[in-house]
Structures are given as C-alpha cells and as structure tokens.
Design a protein around this ligand. Structure first.
Ligand code: SAM
Length: 315
C-alpha cells in the first residue's frame, strides 16, 4: 500500500524497549521521548508485525533502547521470522553480541547493524558513557563469523568524532564488515539538545566521490552508496532538511508504548493502538483494530521535509 505521496510501505521498525546499557549523548530515542519504558509484550509485537505484512511490509528492524536487553529477544526474532518476513534485522550497540550472535542467527535473524561511533577507546567512552570498546569489537567479529550479513556499522558523525571517520573506514575494512552507514546527527531527542555537535557530511562525501569505483542510489530514502576499492560499501544517511530522503521513505514505526509512528521527526502523525492489545478480545478482533490503525496511519503519512511548490492560475 502507498500513502498519498505515492510512497509504498515496506519496512517496519520496532522499538523493543527504551532501556539501554549505554548513554550516547546524542541519542534520538527513535523519536519516542526519554521515558524508560520496557516495551510491548511479545504477542502484541507479533500481532502488529503480522498485520503489517498485509500493507506491504517485507522487512523488520528491531531497535531500542538496546534490543539485546530484552529477555525474550530470541522469541521475538523467531516469531517475526515465522510470519514469513523476508528480512529481519537489528540495530544494536553490540556489547552483548559476542554471546548472542550465534543464537540470534539460529533464531532467524538475517543481519545486524552495530553502532560504533569511535575508533579510540577514550572517545568511545566519552560518546557512549561506557568503557566497552573491546566488547563491541568482539561482538562485531562474532556477527561476521556467524554470518549475520551483511554486517553493517553505524557511525553518527558529530563534532566529537569527525576526526576519526577515516580511521573508522579502515577499521571497518579490517574487521571484514560489509557496509558502514555514516549518519548525520538528527535533531531529535537528546540530538536536539546537542545539535551544536552536528557536523555536515559534505567533506566526507567529497572524499567518497573521488575514491569510489561505483556510486549507487538506494531505493530506500534514496541514500547514496559508495563502493570503495577495498570492497567496503559506505552509505550516507542525511535525512535532516532533505526532501529527497523523505520522498524515498518506506518505513513505519511501532513504538515501545504501542503506537504506530509515521515519521521519526513527528509526534503528531501517530496512531495509538493500545486498545488492540486488550487480552479479553478475540484474535480476529485485535487484528481488525490494528488493520484499521494501519489504514489511518497510511492516510496521514507524509514526508516531513518536502519541496514547497505553488500552483498559479494561468492568466
Ligand atoms: N541501542 C541500539 C544502538 O545503539 O544501535 C539501538 C537504538 S539506537 C537509538 C538506533 C540507531 O540510531 C543507532 O545507530 C544510533 O547510533 C542512531 N542514533 C541515535 N541517536 C541519533 C541521532 N541523534 N542522530 C542520528 N542517529 C542517531
């Protein structure tokens, strides 16, 4: 199904919990506020994922907070994969991935994005508040070994770490990951408070353009992808004030407090679906309520940044 702007729905991003074991100074909290919610129950998550398929969802991304802190994470993965969703992935800080990677693979997780915002231990601690660089590196290595591929690393570029971007690309090559995402700092959540740390990606993109053997534009968000000589793929994620990015958005979000959220940036285009989780209702009744919520969500969904145009009467 497509929205009024012709944008198809293909991707569901689920916030499994707000609880996190890191405290990244810029965290956008998926645009859900700073309250530390535990997240929805397994059955409610699966209900929404099941209905989402009818609307075109083919990929699910698990996020948080830190999704690996969910005690039932393997059941969540198994359940979603069991619905026939082709691509189930997770964004994680990677600190628990060393021990979980193999189990996640067995449960059906297809791939991971691991956030790694620094190359030096000191800077890593400064950004995340935790001295866990080595554990995260181990987690990344295990993800590569067990085949949670493509393994992608997320690097939120900001004034504290922009001097390490090129070392980061080298580190990523050395670790054997498939892809890195260089992400612009969004002014959402704590990112709004710390937006003075925003660093443009122009200089880095100039380097990538000069040093890539191929450049592609991905359907999702029309993100540019640069193919470096060593085999690493670098995707540049620049949503802020970017109508092109929004024009290619195919995503809807399920929040930890039971809402369908149509845009990271918007608190208004949100549908509360908690009434569909009433355990006294039949399954078909619940599905019908969620289906209705998806229909409304798709009808109100709109690009946050869009080109302004005027139509004038011919004289
Ligand atoms: N805890 C997990 C992690 O660290 O990946 C998942 C949650 S985190 C909110 C999801 C992704 O959003 C991470 O890659 C993180 O770096 C990115 N992110 C967080 N705050 C951001 C911001 N203000 N701007 C851009 N990206 C941000």
């Amino acid at each position: 199904m497509s929205d009024r702007y012709g944008r198809p729905l293909e991707d569901l991003r689920i916030t499994l919990t707000h609880v996190c074991n890191f405290s990244c100074f810029f965290c956008h909290m998926e645009g859900e506020g700073l309250e530390k919610l535990q997240g929805l129950g397994l059955e409610d998550i699966l209900l929404v994922a099941k209905v989402s398929r009818e609307f075109g969802v083919r990929s699910v991304k698990l996020t948080g907070g830190e999704p690996t802190l969910r005690k039932d994470l393997l059941e969540v993965v198994r359940g979603i994969k069991g619905l026939g969703i082709g691509d189930v992935s997770m964004t994680t800080n990677g600190v628990l991935l060393g021990s979980l990677a193999e189990k996640l693979k067995e449960a059906g997780l297809d791939r991971v994005n691991v956030s790694l915002h620094a190359v030096s231990r000191e800077k890593f601690r400064e950004i995340t508040g935790v001295d866990a660089f080595d554990k995260v590196i181990y987690g990344i290595k295990r993800a590569v070994e067990v085949g949670l591929r493509p393994v992608k690393l997320n690097y939120v570029v900001n004034k504290k770490n922009e001097d390490e971007v090129f070392s980061f690309l080298e580190l990523a090559q050395g670790l054997g990951v498939d892809e890195v995402h260089l992400i612009e700092l969004h002014p959402v959540g704590l990112g709004k408070e710390y937006f003075s740390y925003h660093e443009g990606l122009g200089k880095i993109e100039g380097f990538l353009k000069r040093n890539s053997r191929r450049v592609e534009v991905r359907n999702k968000h029309f993100r540019p992808r640069y193919y470096l000589d060593g085999g690493l793929v670098v995707e540049v994620v620049k949503p802020y004030a970017n109508p092109v990015f929004c024009a290619g958005c195919n995503r809807i979000r399920l929040t930890a407090d039971g809402k369908l959220k149509t845009c990271l940036y918007r608190d208004d285009k949100v549908i509360d679906i908690r009434h569909a989780f009433d355990p006294s209702m039949d399954e078909w009744e619940k599905e019908e309520l969620v289906r209705h919520a998806f229909q409304i969500a798709m009808s109100i969904r709109e690009p946050n940044f869009k080109y302004i145009y005027e139509t004038r009467q011919a004289r």
